[in-house]
Design a protein around this ligand. Sequence first.
Ligand code: C5P
Length: 304
Amino acid sequence: MTVHVRAPGKINIALRVGSTQPDGYHPLATVFQAVSLYEDVAAEPADDIALTVTGRSAAQVPTDETNLAWRAATLLAEATGTSDGVHLHITKGVPTAGGMAGGSADAAAALLACDLLWGTGLAREELGELAAELGADVPFALTGQTAVGLGRGHLLTPALARGRFTWVLALSETGLSTPEVFGVWDAQNPDPVAAPDVDPDLMHALVVGDPRALGAHLVNDLQPAALQLRPQLQEILDVVASTPALAGLVSGSGPTVAALAAGPADAAAIADALVAADVASEVLTVTGPALGARLVEPVRADVE
Ligand code: C5P
């Protein structure tokens, strides 16, 4: 039996940051949106835990116990006391090193796939608790859609969002280090707010499904820090500003830049401009919100 689970990558359409807490982390008020780039995880019975990876930039992904999906399987086995093993095969579709939480999607998919394969039958809430232990972005990959994240981003509240938004993503070859970006943010913000909040106007734009209003309220407090560390991102933002894009911003701690399009025709114009300017390593057009981790029909090699 093979259990096949798909989980989405994400962008941050709002990210507010507060002052460092005693645990070294910054409290966040963020709005995640899952987008139509997916990680596929196939789980098969095995004596031990094993992991293989194919797909987008697979060569950059570790296949040992440091992989977050491997850790997810180990954590679930420990939490449930099962002695079963699993062979996880990941097919990557989310860009690596872009801050789009592809590794977190792998972990969320692995949790759900192993729970189904092993028959450990955890409730979604219990899977969510294990997900939060693995990383701040893992719970969102389980729930998907659009959600507000507080704390480290792991305390999720689903957001009402009508309709579908079209985003053009400008990718960069090399990632940005999250701690470095927060470090620069600290230097840039000597007197930060203690508890950041999400803009009610942005939430309203989501409820009514109005891309123009949403574009007016996209925000990322980490963008100036990302730009300081990677000035080339400003070139991408400048190209986006010369197109019909409703807004453009660095997503999360970067380096992916997301441009909001009014619809598919504008998205094509934005993508063409980015490709012509040669400012990004790759340009992708996606839609959001996308579903969270879910079981997909088994692909059976013996049935055509
Ligand atoms: O979540 P992740 O392990 O990627 O975070 C790496 C580092 O980024 C943390 O150790 C911390 O220095 C910084 N960080 C932060 N506040 C957050 C998330 C990350 O200061 N909310």
